[in-house]
Ligand binder design. Structure first.
Ligand code: F6R
Length: 610
């Protein structure tokens, strides 16, 4: 995920910017750059690759960069356009006089390009450069006004910092969806995507909210809303040390990433659906309507957590689009002489985009003539490059070994694809609209669970000393149970298995005892009564039962006192909600057992060997 650093004051700016970018490296990036203001020009240095490369290039240009005190810097995690120096920030407009760094996604950049007209020469493929030119168009001497006017036209997310050669002692920054923090030094100000880069200089910070613009000069700082009304803001004292800051104050990356979900979920769906049409529009599919209608089989290739997202995706494709869909564990698919042909659409699903088995499987599918597309998190990764299109899930860097937010965003993209195919076939407009209405409410419902995590913590404490357990679910909650079980195994080392509720009596029930608990997903959907019967069977065997149930379900209270209540949503969207509850449960069990949550034993984040 991109990172921003800015500084205005009397210190030498270059080391502050470069050091600041180093502090943001943990966010993940693929290129980096800085721009500093001199009296008569703005000097820009950019490189592909590590901040070390940038530091070397900065050294080579040290004469040109010396004695500068105002500047901005950026690490880029590619979204629009490949990883090249031209696409690296800072971007410029007005012949290099106006400079911008941007985090986020400008959804309507194509419209904005049309608005700006054909005369503008773009130096990059990025949406960010369009934003720089838009601000340039409105610039008549007042940088803040130009930024305000431009932002009225922007749809999407941004954290931006802008400077102009004629106002060389001024930085204007704004936020909508992508975080920005201002740090207060002694007659100096820092700006960054989070507090990490400024903690060695100051602990006094101010967090910008969405829709706020800050105008910083050497000796003044003013904050405005987008209507240009000045706002009063509090300055806060950060108590984190540097390491905690990378985790945004959370104790572990896993907990931070679980909490990232409401935001990154929005990144996964933003600009990719149309409510009026009740439809999704995923450009990366690269298929004509005729090709789309020729598809008679969808194959989802993945490993581990990604394969459980695929199982949820299978349910979505079959229900919304009526297309028979198979989930194939990539390591099996590659050796089984799979039945795929030119009427098969294959999605290779992967967080890292580097998983060796998934890569080999997609090559095999390609060889057999299928349409092969990627659903990937890491931009520019091998799977992203080797598929003929597809969609990034925009979960941002996932640093904890156990996958959390990538799983939810994989399901989000699969849902949109299923909807798109459904609407191109028989799914009625009203069904599409009503699903999308509810989809937009998912982040708020995830937040409900995150805000009630103390209850989950208490249940985890009660659970932590069991040696074995089952997870149960039905319908789309079965893959949710599989994922819950994998997460528990991975980070707590407790033995756990997952079954569809109806399977219990066909064998697994034999193991139940007062020492063998069951975590059952019993939310209120069409299968509620069936699941309730399964839970009663378990209780009759004396096994402890932990429930995930719908808020307001009083009957659940008669079955167990150990319940995680989750908000009601549509059946097809339940995995987005129920998963968050189970992630937190595993996390707190692991904490209770003093496990190394972010780096569990024997596991690697990216499995690039067979
Ligand atoms: C589980 C986990 C793994 C990965 C699997 C696939 O928490 O992280 O099961 O899901 O190794 O990795 P990607 O998605 O990178 O292909």
């Amino acid at each position: 995920m991109c990172g921003i650093v800015g500084y205005i004051g009397s210190k030498n700016v270059v080391p502050i910017l470069v050091q600041g970018l180093r502090r943001l490296e943990y966010r993940g990036y693929d290129s980096a750059g800085i721009a500093v203001a001199k009296k008569d020009q703005i000097v820009r240095v950019r490189t592909v690759g590590k901040v070390d490369n940038l530091a070397n290039k900065v050294k080579l240009n040290s004469e040109e960069l010396k004695d500068t005190h105002v500047g901005i810097a950026h690490t880029r995690w590619a979204t629009h356009g490949s990883v090249t120096e031209a696409n690296t920030h800072p971007h410029q407009a007005l012949n290099g006089k106006l400079i911008l760094v941007h985090n986020g996604i400008v959804e309507n950049y194509r419209e904005l390009k049309e608005f700006l007209g054909p005369d503008i020469q773009y130096a990059s493929e990025t949406d960010s450069e369009v934003l720089a030119h838009l601000i340039g168009k409105f610039y008549t001497g007042n940088l803040k006004q130009a930024v305000m006017q431009a932002l009225q036209k922007v749809r999407g997310t941004y954290g931006i910092v802008v400077m102009h050669q004629d106002n060389a002692e001024e930085l204007v920054a704004a936020r909508m969806g992508s975080p920005l923090v201002v740090g207060f030094g002694d007659s100096e100000y820092y700006l960054a995507s989070d507090a990490t880069p400024m903690l060695s200089y100051t602990k006094k910070v101010m967090y910008l909210n969405d829709g706020e613009v800050v105008d910083i000069k050497k000796d003044s700082l003013e904050v405005f809303n987008l209507k240009d009304e000045q706002l009063e803001k509090n300055v806060e004292e950060v108590s984190w040390d540097d390491e905690q800051a990378e985790k945004q104050g959370f104790d572990h990356f896993m907990l931070k990433e679980i909490h990232d979900q409401p935001n990154v979920f929005q990144d996964a769906i933003r600009g990719r659906f149309n409510l009026n049409e009740g439809n999704a529009h995923l450009g990366g599919l690269n298929m004509t309507p005729t090709e789309m209608s020729s598809i008679n089989h969808v194959v989802l290739l993945a490993c581990g957590t990604a394969s459980y997202a695929a199982q949820v995706g299978k349910g979505m494709f079959e229900r919304l689009a009526g297309i028979p869909t198979s989930v194939e564990i990539a390591s099996e698919f590659r050796y089984k002489d799979p039945i795929v042909d030119s009427k098969t659409l294959v999605f290779a699903i992967s967080q890292s985009g580097e998983t060796a088995d998934t890569l080999a499987a997609l090559r095999e599918a390609k060889r057999k003539g299928a349409f092969v597309r990627g659903i990937v998190n890491v931009v520019g990764s091998t799977i992203a490059r080797e598929t003929d299109g597809g969609t990034y899930i925009h979960a941002g860097p996932e640093l904890s070994v156990a996958s959390t937010k990538a799983y939810t965003n994989m399901m989000a993209v699969l849902f949109l694809y299923a909807l798109q195919f459904g609407r191109s076939r028989n799914l009625p407009l009203s069904a599409g609209q009503s699903l999308l209405h509810e989809l937009r409410r998912i982040p708020e419902k995830m937040n409900y669970i995150l805000n009630n995590k103390d209850i989950i913590k208490t249940l985890a404490e009660k659970f932590k000393n069991y040696q074995n357990c089952y997870f149960l679910g039905r319908g789309l909650n079965y893959p949710v149970a599989l994922e819950g079980s994998l997460k528990l195994k991975e980070i707590t080392y407790i033995h756990s298995e997952a079954y569809p509720g109806g399977e219990m009596k066909h064998g697994p029930i034999a193991l139940l005892s007062p020492d063998f608990p069951v975590i059952a997903i019993m939310t209120q959907n069409q299968l509620y009564d069936k699941m309730r019967s399964n839970v009663e069977e378990i209780i009759a065997r004396g096994a402890p039962i932990f429930l995930v149930a719908t808020v307001g379900d009083d009957k659940a209270r008669q079955l167990s006192e150990d319940i995680i209540f989750v908000p009601k949503t549509k059946r097809l969207l339940e995995p987005f909600i129920n998963t968050v509850a189970l992630q937190l449960f595993s996390y707190y069990v692991a904490i209770g057992l003093d496990r190394d949550v972010d780096r569990p034993r024997n596991l690697a984040k990216s499995v690039t060997v067979e």
